[in-house]
Design a protein around this ligand. Structure first.
Ligand code: SF4
Length: 84
């Protein structure tokens, strides 16, 4: 079901998502490709923290979210579990 970002403040970060201006291949690069440019865009995105939290909460497995690759998010999840 599509999310209505205009009425749900939890998804307001999507309104200013810089990645919306880039192609999907930019944020979902082929395995082994660089994620550096996507991460640079994330670093300039004002919704970065909310985006990362969304990806972690929803167990997004692919692509760059909130400036982190899937491997970096997995590492963050593991550290969180070990500290819980
Ligand atoms: S932090 Fe990166 S992936 Fe998330 S909305 Fe911004 S540009 Fe897109």
């Amino acid at each position: 079901m599509p999310i209505n970002t205009a009425t749900d403040p939890a998804f307001a970060w999507q309104e200013t998502a810089l990645c919306a201006q880039a192609g999907p291949e930019f944020f979902f690069p082929a395995p082994g490709s660089s994620t550096r440019e996507a991460k640079q865009l994330c670093n300039a995105c004002e919704g970065r923290q909310a985006c990362l939290e969304y990806a972690l909460d929803n167990d997004e497995r692919f692509g760059v979210w909130g400036g982190l690759s899937e491997k970096e998010r997995e590492r963050l999840r593991r550290v969180g579990r070990e500290q819980a």
